[in-house]
Structures are given as C-alpha cells and as structure tokens.
Design a protein around this ligand. Structure first.
Ligand code: NAP
Ligand code: G4F
Length: 336
C-alpha cells in the first residue's frame, strides 16, 4: 500500500512540513516527531494541507527514551533529522541547549539506529553556517569549516559524528549541507520573513519602520520546497555521501529589502532602520554555495525558484495574511 515508511523529526518546522508534503506525494507513510508544548503547534502542516496524512509521535531530541520509542514503534525505512534549535542569534543566548538539541540530538538517533536496526537510512540537516567566515567563495563539500556561532559549532559536531558512524559502523547516513532556504511558512525570527512580514504591514499602514541588524551580510537564499527534494534524493543513492544544496547566487540583506519593498511599490530606504539590538556578537559575512556535485550526482535542479520569485512569493503571502486574516487564521483554528 505505502512505498516506504519515513520518520521526520522537526515536523512542526518549515522543512518538516514541506518534506512531509513531498514524501506523502511519493507514496510514503509519514510519521512526524514533535515535542510536547503547552500550545499545539501544527499550523504549518495545516497550511500545506498535510496534517491529515501523517501520524504524529512525541519526541524530544534531548530525551533518548522518546527517540527509541518512536523509532521502534514506527519502524521507518528512512529518518530525516530536521529537529534543531535552528536560530543562530538565539544560540549565543542558549549555547548549551543548542548543543544538546542540534549537536548531541543526532547521536541519540544514530545509536538507536545502530542498536535497533542498522538498515535504517538517516538524513542529517547540516548547514552552510558551518563555513562561518570562510574566505573561500563559493563554498563546496571540500571547503574547510570555520563555525562562528554556538549553533554552527553544534551542527559541525553533528556533521562529523554522522560521518564517523557511516565509516565506523557502515550506517547509511548522509548530511545535506543546505544553504539558507525560505518560504511563506518560514519562522518570523529569520531575516527574510521579518522583512516580508513587516513590509506587508507597512504597506497596509499597520507598522511604520523595519528594525534590522547587519544589512551587509550576504546569503544564498533558495526556496524550501525545492530543497526538501534534495534531502530525499540523497537517501535514494546507492551509497551514502554529503552534498551541498544551494542556488549558487548570493544577495545582501539590503538587496532582499530592496526587492521586497519594491514588490509593494515602496522604497526600502524610507523604512529600514539599523538597530544594534539585532547585530550578533559575531556574524557570518558571505555564504554562497556551489552545488555542482548535487546537480551532477542527484540530478537536483538549483534554478527551480529564482531569488526574485522567492521574495515575491513571500511578500504576497504576507500581504494576503494581513488583508484576509480569516483565511490565514483557519490554519490555527483547525487544531484548537
Ligand atoms: P525550524 O522551522 O526552526 O524547525 C525546527 C524544528 O525543530 C521544529 O519543529 C522544532 O519544534 C524542532 N525542535 C526544536 N527543538 C526540539 C527538541 N528539543 N525536540 C524535538 N524537536 C525540536 O527549522 P527549519 O528551517 O525547518 O530547518 C530544519 C533543519 O534544517 C534544522 O535542523 C535547521 O538547523 C537546518 N537548516 C535549516 C536551514 C534553513 O535555511 N532553513 C539551512 C540549513 C540547515 P517546535 O516547533 O516545537 O519548536
Ligand atoms: O535569517 P537569519 O537569522 O539566518 P542565518 O543566521 O543565516 O541562519 C539561517 O540559515 C542557516 C544556513 O546558513 C541555517 F542553518 C539556520 O538554521 C538559519 O535557518 O540571518 C541572516 C543574516 C545574518 O547575517 C543576520 O545577522 O541576516 C542578518 N540580519 C540582519 N538583521 C538579521 C537581522 N537576522 C535576523 N534574524 N534578524 C534581523 O533583524
């Protein structure tokens, strides 16, 4: 009936929702691992209309027992470890929690796989943040890592441990080194969503200014919907390996603002204010990825959603959210 069984950790996050949608479309039985909280948090799954198609399992990445129980009960062929404390800014304020969740979390999964069923394939969500302030641009799989935040250091530990379990125990474990990817359901704390959300509010007279930190930082921004396909492709290969996933283009935060406000017929310079509160103790200046290995070996297409289309998609979704709050609120109301 179902082709395969997949367990996704971080199901309530941006990538969890897009990956669930993608795997369901491929005929998978999808299990979603979520952490218990006082308020239910499944709005992204409703937004993409996929909540009805998945089975939810309670898992906290700092709790080995919950991980073991979930994996032994759903018997997955593939596990996608997307759960993380994923906000770089907060990792400076919560370095230990970040290390536990984003670093050690995957070891708990790897050991469960090793002891329970070494045939289970694992995808680990590695990140371009691991390159830090590398002077080499663009970055590929051979570029040396220079993590510049507690988040990046935790993810680099996870990255190496995945590789170590692959070599030491022969597990089918892959890391995707994904560059920034965004969407209409991106978390509001990330700069792209903060820009498109505030620009839409300004357009409608609901806000006056947009307060940001470092406007010079450059990122390689792609669309999350395109990137989850690469995660799946990695686990369909004959041998496990690590791959960079990126568009190959970078833009500054300032440029993102210009395109987003321009989309609404406004000029960013009239609204953007630099606020030291949003400048990090140490920032990463320029990330731009070279995904030629993934294009060659996975057949992944880096050009599917161009930068301008991504910004437009996000701005339009935010405008619609404030113009028709009832349509957006229904995703929250569904699970109350
Ligand atoms: P996200 O929206 O922040 O989602 C993170 C997910 O992790 C959420 O479901 C969150 O649950 C869950 N989580 C956090 N702490 C947990 C814990 N202790 N136990 C169980 N679950 C926990 O992140 P994303 O953008 O989808 O990214 C997915 C993964 O890719 C992350 O590992 C991220 O670090 C990595 N990554 C992202 C990007 C990017 O640009 N998006 C680039 C490279 C790598 P709650 O909803 O309960 O908080
Ligand atoms: O949107 P950001 O917070 O993303 P960042 O730090 O690049 O991290 C994201 O991408 C990583 C992949 O490279 C992921 F691993 C990670 O989980 C996350 O998804 O910040 C982007 C840039 C930074 O240089 C930041 O300093 O924007 C700059 N920025 C300027 N003003 C701001 C702001 N960032 C945020 N979040 N908020 C601001 O007001």
């Amino acid at each position: 009936m179902f082709n395969k069984r997949a367990l996704i950790t971080g199901i309530t996050g941006q990538d969890g929702a897009y990956l669930a949608k993608f795997l369901v479309s491929k005929g998978y039985k999808v299990f979603g691992a979520y952490r218990r909280s006082s308020t239910r948090n499944f709005w992204r799954l409703h937004y993409l209309d996929v909540k009805k198609d998945i089975e939810l399992l309670p898992v906290d990445m700092i709790d080995q027992t919950s991980i073991m129980q979930a994996i032994s009960s759903c018997e997955p062929d593939e596990i996608y470890n997307l759960a993380a404390q994923s906000f770089v800014g907060d990792s400076f304020m919560e370095p230990i929690a970040t290390g536990e969740i984003s670093g050690l979390g995957v070891v708990r999964i790897l050991d469960t796989i090793r002891l329970l069923n070494p045939k289970i394939k694992l995808y680990q969500a590695s990140t371009s943040e691991m390159y830090g302030n590398s002077t080499i641009v663009p970055q590929n799989e051979d570029t040396p890592f220079q993590p510049s935040s507690p988040y990046a250091a935790a993810k680099l530990y996870a990255h190496w441990v995945v590789r170590n379990y692959r070599e030491a125990y022969g597990l089918f474990a892959c890391s995707g080194i994904l560059f920034n990817h965004e969407s209409p359901i991106r978390g509001i704390e990330f700069v792209t969503k903060k820009i498109t959300d505030t620009a839409a509010r300004i357009k409608l007279g609901l806000s006056e200014k947009l307060h940001l930190g470092n406007l010079e930082a450059k990122r390689d921004w792609g669309f999350a919907g395109d990137y989850v396909k690469a995660m799946w492709l990695m686990l369909q290969q004959p041998t496990p390996d690590d791959f960079v996933i990126a568009t190959g283009e970078s833009h500054s935060v300032q440029e993102f603002c210009d395109v987003a406000f321009g989309e609404l017929g406004l000029q960013a310079k009239d609204y953007v204010v630099v606020d030291q509160k949003f400048v990090r103790p140490r920032d990463v200046a320029h990330l731009q990825g070279d995904s030629s290995k993934a294009q060659r070996m996975l057949g992944w297409n880096q050009k599917e959603t161009p930068f301008s289309e991504l910004v437009r998609m996000m701005v339009r979704a935010d405008l619609e959210k404030y113009q028709h709050p009832d349509r957006f609120m229904k995703h929250f109301l569904k699970h109350i």
